[in-house]
Design a protein around this ligand. Structure first.
Ligand code: FPP
Length: 261
């Protein structure tokens, strides 16, 4: 089936033309600010999450239009179980519902959906829906949307270390052979590129345990806008900022300025 182009942005704007080498291959998105958006309007936090669904879809549309191959969305962290029972219950139901509601649209755009996160504690209904999405979109290749649900960067690294230890004990791997490359193969989505651009909305400036290993050299872009107000234009602004960054990966070159005469 040929993929359909996503619906246009209401403004009619199209993605800025940026040379492909300056377009991030993997964007990590912390969809922050739903609760504040709702509370500022005299609404309970869950209304903000509901309003965030449209933003997520629009950002995926913008990623497709710009040629970004991978978007990872932080939907529920291993620490979010600390929220009120009401909010946790809402988010569990909501995550499954969003996937169910948006599956056909994402499929039609050629999006491949994948899940990163821990199985224990996560509601079975959500796991089932994530697995349906993974199965039904497995053949798509326009863009990959990684739904990070019950995901934690430290948990992912600890789980990888535990599997490596088990493999070493079983004689499948020699401890001395474990290096950064072999370690990365034990992460949740080993075939995906490292995060190039780490985007967090709402003005907060922290990782909150998201894709810690993969973001080692990510460019951080913090936007002072609450998630429900986000659309693809915000993503494109962020990428324009990213494209200006000087990525050195630890290297450096001399550029001595000429003395002023
Ligand atoms: C991390 O900040 C942020 C998240 C894990 C994102 C939470 C997002 C949602 C619940 C909305 C999901 C929306 C859709 C459309 C699926 P934090 O608040 O957990 O961390 P902090 O306490 O350090 O700020």
């Amino acid at each position: 089936m040929t993929a359909q182009t996503p619906y246009p942005h209401p403004s009619g704007q199209s993605a800025p033309s940026i040379p492909q080498k300056f377009v991030p291959r993997h964007v990590a998105v912390v969809m922050d600010g739903n609760g504040r958006w709702a509370n500022e309007r005299g609404l309970p936090r869950n209304e903000g999450h509901k309003a965030g669904e449209r933003a997520l879809l629009d950002v995926v549309a913008g990623a497709i239009e710009m040629g970004i191959p991978v978007v990872s969305a932080y939907a529920f962290s291993t620490e979010n179980w600390k929220r009120s029972l009401d909010e946790v219950n809402f988010l569990m139901t909501f995550c499954g519902d969003v996937l169910e509601r948006q599956l056909e649209t994402l499929k039609s755009w050629g999006v491949r959906i994948r899940w990163a996160g821990r199985r224990p504690k996560l509601w079975k209904s959500v796991i089932r829906q994530l697995e349906v999405c993974e199965r039904e979109t497995a053949g798509n290749s326009v863009c990959t949307l990684v739904m990070c649900v019950n995901y934690g960067g430290r948990a992912e690294i600890a789980d990888a270390a535990a599997t490596i230890a088990a493999d070493a004990a079983a004689g499948k791997i020699k401890p001395g052979q474990v290096n950064e490359k072999t370690f990365a193969r034990y992460l949740d989505e080993p075939d995906l590129p490292d995060v190039d651009m780490f985007l967090r909305t709402s003005g907060e400036q922290r990782f909150s345990n998201f894709l810690l290993w993969q973001s080692a050299y990510a460019e951080m872009v913090f936007m002072n806008i609450l998630w429900p107000d986000v659309d693809r234009l915000v993503l494109w602004d962020a990428v324009e900022e990213y494209a200006q960054r000087d990525r050195r990966y630890g290297g450096a070159i001399d550029s001595v300025s000429k003395p002023k005469v």
